[in-house]
Design a protein around this ligand. Structure first.
Ligand code: 5RP
Length: 236
């Protein structure tokens, strides 16, 4: 018997979805790729949410057997609402994954993590043979860092140590991400803080350099992932 709380059943996507028409068209293209019996990694953010909705519709219409590995609580809850069975990386590896991004450069390098879910997103992207990154026209950049900082998830008690180490990488600025709807900083699903780090130049070693700092859990920088393909839908 299915057990879904009233709150989950009535849940709606919290904020207004930017570029919704483009995102909805990409969602349909990606949902059409699903095959019966697949385990699919599901990224976070509004593009992933709309794609999950399109996938749920197909699953229902064609009676497909599908499982999802979600990258955040927000997407897990959407799976519960839509009736899509959820599993974990401890039980299954994804056949493929879809996700959004904040910036995508011409070589498919990415900045992700506006939603704060970059740790699990990176875990899924690293565990998937194929990853579709869904981009609307606002996501294309010539150079990473044009519009977004690099989010860095850190263990709370390492804040000043990490801040000092990050400052050796010549950032333009480092900000502690503050919460909306709660006092104080954003706390990730892993109980950590997020530093948003602005860089003028993102060099090819930067992802590894950030990751090598003790206290850093993960960053939202994705450089040279050969399994990643960007899929764009331009405005009509
Ligand atoms: C969340 C992410 C999202 O994929 C990214 O922020 C894009 O969001 P949206 O699809 O809402 O534009 O990285 O951590």
């Amino acid at each position: 018997m299915r057990s879904t709380s009233d709150i989950v059943r009535k849940m709606v996507w919290g904020s207004e979805i930017s570029h919704k028409e483009e995102k909805t068209r990409i969602a349909a293209v990606i949902a059409a790729k699903a095959k019966n019996g697949e385990v699919i990694g599901v990224g976070s953010g509004s593009t992933s949410y709309l794609t999950l909705c399109a996938l749920a519709e197909r699953r229902q219409r064609e009676q497909l057997s599908l499982m999802a590995i979600p990258t955040s609580l927000e997407i897990s809850m959407a799976c519960w609402q839509l009736g899509i069975p959820v599993t974990t990386l401890n039980e299954y590896l994804p056949d493929w994954t879809f996700d959004g991004a904040d910036e995508i450069d011409p070589r498919c390098n990415l900045i992700k993590g506006r939603g704060g879910a970059m740790f699990k997103e990176k875990l899924l992207i690293r565990s998937s043979p194929k990853v579709y990154i869904l981009g609307d026209s606002s996501k294309r950049v010539e150079r990473l860092g044009e519009r977004f900082p690099v989010p860095v998830e850190i263990v709370p008690f390492t804040l000043s140590v990490v801040e000092r180490s990050l400052s050796h990488l010549a950032p333009q600025g480092i900000e502690l991400r503050m919460a909306e709807g709660k006092d104080g900083p954003v706390i990730t699903e892993n109980g950590n803080l997020i530093l948003d780090v602005w860089f003028d130049q993102i060099t090819s070693d930067l992802e590894k350099e950030i990751k090598s700092i003790t206290g850093v859990v993960e960053s939202g920088l994705f450089l040279d992932y050969t399994n990643v393909e960007a899929v764009y839908m331009e405005p009509k």
